[in-house]
Design a protein around this ligand. Structure first.
Ligand code: GLN
Length: 253
């Protein structure tokens, strides 16, 4: 009887050990590695919340599908664009996917994946604003988002066209300023404006077309995380081959 109880206890103990053993080995060593991925807040159609509060969008679907394909885990931190870059530089994130434009300047600080989406910058104005060209911006207030390609473009043409430039943290704030009339125009990525106009989220026009054509890439800190970059590129190539990449893009057209 005594022996039996001891046996049962030992068995329970062994089971507990093997259970915890199982748990800990899945978060380290031989099994899947977890990477922290920083992203923007609301940046449709690349990152946005659905009705259930889940982050969806081209970037979110891509990184999840790539992680699955390449057998790694991810933790997504939705921080805002500038904050995502800061987190990467501070070592608080392993990678950034945030509708991030590949530029020569950024290549000094980051290593980029293969390009995965075509982009550029457009001026967004309210439909009834009467702003038809950059000349119409003279003496007016224009808004752009900190650290972005849109801001860089606005800064470049600001003096030539004589407008005041205001800088905000998030695209949502930028659109609110244009909607309320605090600013007459914003400079934002063309695919974002086009998508939000199409879905009816913005009653805007893009009268001047696409400037600075470029591409989005996934970024890691320069010289760091070559492994993650390699996995991203491999996964992306696989998704392109197996049709998943096209499916993801089609979902958000
Ligand atoms: N594509 C732009 C850039 O890289 C904006 C990115 C964003 O706001 N998420 O600067």
């Amino acid at each position: 009887m005594k022996m039996k109880r001891l046996g049962a206890l030992m068995l329970a103990g062994l089971m507990a050990i093997s259970l915890t053993g199982c748990g800990s080995s899945s978060s380290s060593g031989s099994s899947e590695k977890t990477y922290i991925i920083a992203t923007d807040k609301t940046y449709p159609p690349f990152e946005m919340e659905n009705d259930q509060g889940k982050l969806i969008g081209v970037d979110m679907d891509l990184i999840r599908a790539i992680a699955k394909d390449q057998k790694f885990k991810i933790k997504i931190n939705s921080l805002g664009f500038d904050a995502a870059c800061t987190a990467l530089e501070a070592g608080e994130a392993d990678g950034v996917i945030a509708g991030m434009t590949i530029t020569d300047e950024r290549k000094q600080k980051y290593d980029f994946s293969k390009q995965y989406y075509e982009t550029g910058v457009s001026m967004g104005v309210k439909k009834d604003s009467g702003i038809k060209s950059y000349d119409d911006l003279k003496g007016k207030t224009v808004v752009a988002k900190t650290s972005t390609a849109g801001l860089a473009y606005a800064q470049k043409i600001k003096d030539k066209y004589g407008f005041n430039l205001e800088v905000v943290e998030e695209s949502t704030f930028m659109f609110e300023k244009v909607k309320s009339g605090e600013a007459v125009a914003c400079f934002e990525d063309t695919p974002v404006l086009k998508y939000m106009i199409k879905t009816g989220e913005l009653d805007f026009d893009t009268p001047c077309g696409n400037e600075n054509p470029a591409y989005y890439g996934f970024a890691v800190l320069k010289g760091e995380n070559a492994d993650l970059l390699k996995k991203f590129n491999k996964g992306l190539a696989n998704l392109k081959k197996n049709g998943q990449y096209d499916k993801i893009l089609a979902k958000y057209e």
